[in-house]
Design a protein around this ligand. Structure first.
Ligand code: PEP
Length: 255
């Protein structure tokens, strides 16, 4: 496996944290710490922080993402935001299918696929989250679960469009729990995902696709996880809310 064929991407997922003033403080503290980043840096923020984040990161290498988007272009979907609305703001990335959305907001493999389709149609880059629950891991069906999630989300996504998709393996039991997958567990599932992509799209496409790990990645465990041959970056929740911690993860991903 040749890691240089694909970009390393460290993305923060702020979840429902930081008002505008707090967002500005965090970004202002972070920017000097990541100015020489050897990887792509993305901050996925609440909708209400997007404009502030875009303004503060303009002209820097840091990219801004949203945490979700709706599948319709417009219409009677109270409380939702379309992919096109995000693109028009200047947002480049969007997280799709995060486990918290699957768990608390009824997100299914079908709605994940529709949201990813909308993101790609709008010209955005999607960070597609997949991952098994603890119950599924203990039942020995991790690979089956991941395969179904990946195949359903990517049904109809062309090899060309896959250039704008990052996959994020996020075991549900490791998100926000402080319980990280071991380097071997994470590396193994990321390798499985790459093998699946090779079967779906061919070796060359699989090799050029960025596959992140997410789940309690922090300043201490990042280097070990990122050293795994199939882990090309991270989707970072809790640790993305503190500039020095997030910057340390960015530094660990530098190639
Ligand atoms: C996430 O929200 O995608 C995540 C991985 O969270 P945490 O890093 O807090 O586990």
């Amino acid at each position: 496996m040749n890691k240089t064929k694909r970009p390393a991407v460290i993305a923060g997922n702020w979840k429902m944290n930081k008002n505008r003033a707090e967002a500005a403080t965090l970004i202002t503290e972070l920017l000097p710490l990541v100015k020489d980043a050897g990887c792509e840096v993305v901050l996925c923020t609440p909708y209400t922080d997007l404009e502030t984040s875009l303004a503060l990161t303009e002209g820097t290498g840091v990219k801004i993402g949203a945490e979700n988007c709706h599948w319709a272009e417009s219409g009677a979907f109270t409380g939702e935001i379309s992919a096109e609305m995000l693109r028009e703001l200047g947002v480049q990335y969007v997280i799709i299918g995060h486990s918290e959305r699957r768990q608390y907001f009824g997100e299914t493999d079908e709605t994940v696929a529709k949201r990813l389709r909308a993101a790609l149609n709008a010209g955005l880059k999607g960070i597609l989250c997949v991952g098994e629950t603890l119950e599924q891991r203990e039942a020995g069906i991790t690979e089956e679960v991941i395969a179904i999630q990946v195949k359903k989300a990517l049904a109809g996504v062309t090899a060309e469009e896959l250039r704008r998709v990052i996959l994020a393996y996020e075991p549900v039991w490791a998100i926000g729990t402080g319980r990280t997958a071991t380097e071997e567990q994470a590396g193994e599932v990321n390798g499985f995902i790459r093998g699946l992509l090779a079967r779906l799209y061919g070796e060359a496409v699989a090799e050029r696709t960025t596959i992140q790990y997410g789940g309690s990645m922090n300043a201490k465990n990042a280097a070990g996880l990122l050293a795994q041959p199939d882990i090309d970056g991270g989707l970072i929740g809790g640790a993305s809310l503190k500039a020095p911690d997030f910057a340390a993860i960015v530094a660990a991903a530098g190639r």
